[in-house]
Ligand binder design. Structure first.
Ligand code: FA5
Ligand code: MG
Length: 467
């Protein structure tokens, strides 16, 4: 829900610190209530176990796990080279505390600071990140990422070739695996994934890319095969027997890397994107006062990996305080498959409505609409409306109304019909909202009441007409 400018408090106090609010403020109390839970360092939490497993595949890296989640717009976007009109900056996609301060949307927000401190060649940063995003079983407005980066300092070598030779030696020392990883795209693409030719020779970028891909493949292959062995030993069936591990590289775009890739893993009949990565944008390293360093960086979704490893079917479960969930994980023991403690029935309800005539086109959300990628999703920039007119409806507004009203009792929100009346030109949308509690059965009355409140908020906040 967009803030009501007049009614909004003039400041917010978060973690004992006071922040002025303004017309950019859009962070709701439900998000602030979850701020600071730090699941990625909670002992025996599956996200913490997953973090440690990944960290263990990057020996010698310095692990940063305590960087605070409120950052400046500069840190989150400008320092990484996001253009002024980049869609990731939109209030539809990002939670702003005020026009200069926001809840980080990715761990990349800390890259420049950590490079500047220059205390290690390799590092990871694990943290909670925040995005206004779709509602479904693999998306949640707060999730956890791990950033990883490794650089080599060209000034440590007599020649640039000597640095390339060192990276090549390091590459050859990386653990090998025998999984066939599809990687159909050429290393460079003139428009989408150019060589940074002012800064890198093709040989430098090629070997950095090769080192990056091998390192990440090793991480994925090792943690999944070890988990599989543990599951087989525990008589919990081998995942590999049902669905052998399949991994592939796809082309990607990030302002802070080029060339860039995403790694996808086959999960339940579909490709699931687990990380983005690439050769670090050299101007970023210049801004961080380490112009001689060259290297790679990645950002991985910890929930995505944890869901695969433990067979956790719904991202909301990570937030559960229910002992039936938490007691199933033990960092001192081999991985066990998550046992659903109960599956409560789903209560789907549809809401259909006419948009006001003035509403600009609604931007449909694609899965995992990346805040870093210039995808059409979220490409609609809504400036705060100060003139009292009803704010323009964006799909993420419905996502947020649903979360604010139904909390974790909403499992999924999906557009199922989108239609323009041939005569009047008015547009009608129909969303299916699926209610399901993880902890109890929702009664018909409870589901109806939640649905009614959500429908009424659409009317009062966006002036839609229910059908
Ligand atoms: C980024 O955030 C880039 N900063 C990653 C990066 C870092 C690229 C360093 C290059 C170098 P992206 O928006 O794709 O990219 O998110 C990275 C990962 O976070 C995704 O692959 C996915 O695993 C996870 N992720 C993204 N959105 C969600 C969400 N709503 N819920 C759960 N996981 C998510
Ligand atoms: Mg992505």
């Amino acid at each position: 829900m967009l803030p009501e400018v007049n009614a909004a408090p003039r400041s917010l106090t978060i973690d004992g610190k006071k922040y002025p609010t303004d017309s950019w403020t859009n962070v709701p109390p439900t998000i602030l209530a979850q701020y600071g839970r730090r699941l990625h360092v909670q002992p025996n939490h599956p996200l913490s176990i997953t973090r440690k497993l990944i960290e263990s595949r990057f020996p010698g890296f310095r692990n940063h796990n305590d960087l605070p989640g409120i950052v400046t717009v500069h840190q989150n976007f400008d320092s990484l080279g996001f253009t002024a009109d980049h869609p990731g900056r939109s209030r539809n996609d990002t939670y702003y505390i005020n026009k200069d301060t926001l809840l980080r949307t990715h761990t990349s927000a800390h890259e420049v600071d950590v490079f500047k401190a220059n205390t290690s060649n390799g590092y990871t940063i694990s943290a909670d990140v925040y995005r206004r995003d779709a509602v479904d079983r693999s998306h949640y407005p707060i999730f956890h990422q791990m950033e990883g980066a490794l650089t080599w300092d060209r000034s440590d070598f007599k020649t640039r070739q000597a640095c390339v030779d060192q990276i090549t030696t390091d590459f050859e020392k990386l653990p090998k695996h025998d999984l066939v990883v599809e990687d159909p795209n050429p290393s460079f693409h003139a428009e989408r994934n150019p060589l940074q030719e002012k800064h890198h020779t093709p040989e430098e970028a090629e070997i950095i890319g090769a080192h990056l891909k091998r390192s990440l493949e090793d991480m994925v292959v090792t943690i999944f095969t070890e988990a599989d062995k543990a599951l087989a030993a525990a008589g919990q069936g081998s995942q590999a027997e049902q669905e052998p591990l399949k991994v592939r590289w796809v082309e990607a775009f990030f302002p802070h890397t080029s060339p860039s890739w995403e790694l996808e893993v086959w999960w339940r009949g579909d490709w699931l994107e687990v990380l983005g990565c690439g050769v670090i944008d050299q101007p970023l390293l210049v801004r961080a006062d380490v112009p001689d360093r060259i290297g790679w960086a990645f950002g991985i979704g910890l929930e995505r990996i944890a869901m695969l490893l433990f067979g956790i079917p719904d991202i909301r479960l990570f937030w559960s305080k229910d002992a039936r969930f938490l007691s199933q994980f033990d960092e001192g023991k081999p991985i066990r498959r998550f046992q659903a403690f109960s599956k409560h029935p789903a209560a789907p309800r549809d809401v259909s409505f006419w948009l006001p005539k003035s509403n600009a086109p609604v931007v449909a959300n694609t899965p995992a609409a990346a805040s870093s990628a210039p995808s059409p999703a979220g490409g609609q920039q809504t400036e705060p409306s100060l003139d009292g007119a009803a704010p323009v409806f964006h799909e993420n507004d419905l996502m947020e109304i649903a979360r604010n009203t139904a909390g974790d009792d909403v499992e999924d929100v999906k557009l199922i019909d989108d239609f323009v009346h041939p005569k009047t030109g008015r547009r009608s949308l129909c969303y299916r909202i699926t209610y399901r509690s993880l902890e109890k059965t929702l009664t018909t009355e409870e589901a109806n009441a939640l649905h009614e409140r959500i429908s009424q908020e659409l009317v009062s906040d966006f002036g839609v007409q229910l059908r």
